[in-house]
Design a protein. Structure first.
Length: 135
């Protein structure tokens, strides 16, 4: 099994249009679009979970987005569609408006404990403000 991620802007939209560049078109969603399953255990009850992680997936342009994830299964040389889902809407900030990293979730710590490459913040840092001294 594996999951493929694609971006959508709304439930009605199928895909995002490319960003118009000076001499080329840029795609908005970049990084690894596919993930194989990782098997971990639920830290609360020990049940096995299969998770799909996309640690380097990013969107190049600010705005509100939703991601569609599609689950496929490999059967011999064939690939069979099994399910798909769409995430809740989330916001991508411009660099100047970014409010800072949110606190690392308990699930992210569990993934890291299993050796899955994810980023964990050691401390929460808000947006830095420049201080101007007046003499």
């Amino acid at each position: 099994m594996f999951v493929v991620v694609e971006s959508v802007t709304s439930p009605e939209a199928e895909t995002l249009p490319p960003i118009q560049g000076r001499e080329r078109l840029m795609v908005q969603l970049v990084g690894s679009f596919t993930s194989d399953p990782y098997r971990i255990r639920n830290p609360q009850n020990g049940e096995p979970w299969f998770v799909f992680v996309f640690p380097d997936l990013s969107i190049r342009q600010e705005g509100h987005y939703r991601l569609r994830a599609v689950l496929y299964e490999r059967i011999g040389e064939n690939v069979v569609w099994r399910a798909s889902t769409v995430t809740n809407t989330f916001r991508v900030y411009a660099a100047k408006e970014f409010p800072g990293m949110a606190e690392t979730t308990p699930l992210t710590h569990v993934l890291k404990d299993y050796g899955i490459r994810v980023k964990c913040s050691k401390s929460i840092r808000g947006k830095r403000r420049r201080v101007v001294e007046v003499n």
